[in-house]
Design a protein around this ligand. Structure first.
Ligand SMILES: Nc1ncnc2c1ncn2[C@@H]1O[C@H](COP(=O)(O)OP(=O)(O)OP(=O)(O)O)[C@@H](O)[C@H]1O
Length: 471
């Protein structure tokens, strides 16, 4: 245990049983203007923590007298003003995730990449400043105001909020899984707003909505004259998210060649604009989401496994609304209040039969569908309030979202003899048209969301709209 050197300079605690690593860390942190205390065991680290306040703690995972994870837990609970990061063995994603879940704000893998370490230390110091500026309790349980937007009293949502509070502090990439309309983007925004990048931009990008040929330029930017139509230098989405968060929505839609380039940008923390000679460094946290089963796509070879592991350090799963029906009443109340407020009208009464109907309904389109149902009912409601019939719930069997649109226009209910012609191709086109029109209506003509509901890519939807002549 090194003798503590006390003065006003910020001090870090380095815990590792390998002397070489301790020396390397002390040297690097010293160059960044930090004093260091060192400990080679849990026992020594605990003793130092009892008597000193640290701006940062870096601990190894495996220590001679126990696990660094225990130290991470203790520091998060007893010294919440001290951000703690874990040093993990290379490629040990499990340990990294364990550390983040135990309350570490970040991790760094061995062999330690010094530029990564420096970035981590800078973030830790920012966190410490936040805490000393009055946000210590925020570091302790991090339930900030943004979290309040994520409604739901179910156990599932309470668990999700607890995990969010922890992961918001870290820099780890997070993959958000869940059906369409379940709240994945809201979760991503909450992580951003609750974390230390909140002052930076939150840039959501729908990966399925960018034409393949423009993708590289959209993500990384381009130089003037690099291709026909490039009239001026243009920064890409990475540059737009500098200092903040890039949210890759529908990440499963990325074409394979783009996946390679994205992986490189994330690993190197730099991008090369189309037509540029050099790289531009970027400081961006990556969050991603899809309603598809990404692990299955990896197995099928349609999503690169290396990118999957890179973006999926922590996976959050947002459960479908039908699995947390107890949230429906609170969500309904909040949505009606918001609608009433926006239209300067009184909040309508929701009669018991309407609430019962909502409680029974399966919500294949999840919270977004609940919003659409209530918006429609609110528009039609008179002073008497909203009754079950006003909700116009489709008669649906319990079904997954991709089946939902199809179920709404169940082919068995369409009589080929009643369609324009009984020829099979036209009959099928008719079904397709109805499914697409229904999905567009359900999603307020948002094509991206309609495509997601239909379980097809944005490009496929665009093609079909053109083919069917739907405006
Ligand atoms: N827990 C929640 N509390 C309050 N509003 C919610 C909640 N979950 C979702 N919403 C609202 O429901 C709508 C759909 O949510 P969001 O866009 O985040 O879903 P999504 O899962 O990203 O959808 P998609 O897969 O189609 O992109 C938004 O208006 C969002 O604000």
């Amino acid at each position: 245990m090194s003798a503590p050197a006390r003065n006003t300079q910020a001090c870090a605690l380095v815990v590792d049983d390998e002397r070489d690593i301790r020396e390397l860390l002390v040297l690097t942190l010293g160059r960044m203007g930090l004093k260091c205390d060192t400990a080679s065991s849990l026992h020594d680290a605990r003793a130092l923590l009892r008597h000193n306040t640290y701006a940062l703690c870096l601990t190894d995972m495996r220590l001679t007298d126990g696990s660094g994870l225990d130290l991470v837990r203790e520091i998060s609970q007893l010294y919440p003003q001290t951000p703690v990061a874990m040093i993990t063995a290379f490629g040990n994603q499990e340990a990294a995730v364990g550390a983040l879940k135990a309350g570490a704000f970040d991790f760094v893998s061995k062999p330690v990449d010094l530029s990564v370490l420096r970035g981590l230390v800078q973030h830790a110091l920012k966190l410490g400043l936040e805490a000393s500026a009055g946000g210590a309790s925020r570091l302790a349980d991090a339930a900030g105001p943004a979290m309040a937007r994520l409604l739901g009293s179910s156990m599932a949502m309470a668990d999700l909020r607890t995990t969010l509070a922890k992961v918001a502090r870290s820099q780890a990439p997070i993959y958000i899984a869940g059906e369409s309309g379940v709240g994945k983007e809201l979760v991503a925004r909450t992580i951003h707003d609750e974390g230390m990048r909140a002052a930076g931009p939150f840039v959501p990008v729908n990966c399925g909505a960018i034409p393949a040929e423009l993708m590289e330029s959209e993500f990384f930017g381009h130089k003037k004259g690099s291709f026909t139509g490039a009239h001026a230098d243009k920064p890409g989405l990475f540059q737009a998210a500098e200092g903040g968060t890039l949210f890759l929505d529908e990440v499963a839609e990325l074409p394979l060649p783009m996946q390679v380039k994205l992986l490189r940008a994330i690993q190197e923390k730099s991008v090369r604009p189309v037509g540029a000679n050099g790289e531009v460094p970027v400081d961006v946290r990556i969050l991603s989401a899809t309603h598809k089963n990404l692990a299955a796509l990896v197995e099928d070879g349609r999503f690169r496994h290396d990118l999957y592991y890179r973006i999926n350090v922590i996976e959050l799963r947002v459960p479908p609304l039908r699995d947390r029906r107890e949230d429906v009443a609170q969500l309904t109340d909040a949505i009606l209040a918001r609608l009433a407020n926006a239209q300067h009208r009184a909040k309508p009464v929701l009669h018991a039969d309407a609430l019962e109907a909502l409680a029974r309904y399966n919500f294949p389109g999840n919270v977004r569908e609940l919003e659409n149902i209530l918006e429609r009912a609110f528009a039609l409601a008179d002073d008497d309030g909203i009754r079950a019939a006003d909700l116009r719930l489709p008669e649906m069997r319990p079904s997954a979202p991709a089946q939902a649109a199809a179920a709404a226009m169940d082919p068995s209910r369409i009589d080929p003899r009643e369609s324009a012609t009984s020829a099979l191709p036209n009959f099928i086109e008719e079904i397709e048209r109805k499914a697409i029109e229904q999905a567009l209506t359900d999603n307020r003509y948002n094509k991206t969301r309609a495509a997601a509901q239909l379980g097809i890519t944005f490009r496929a939807l665009r093609y079909k709209l053109k083919k069917l002549g739907i405006d």
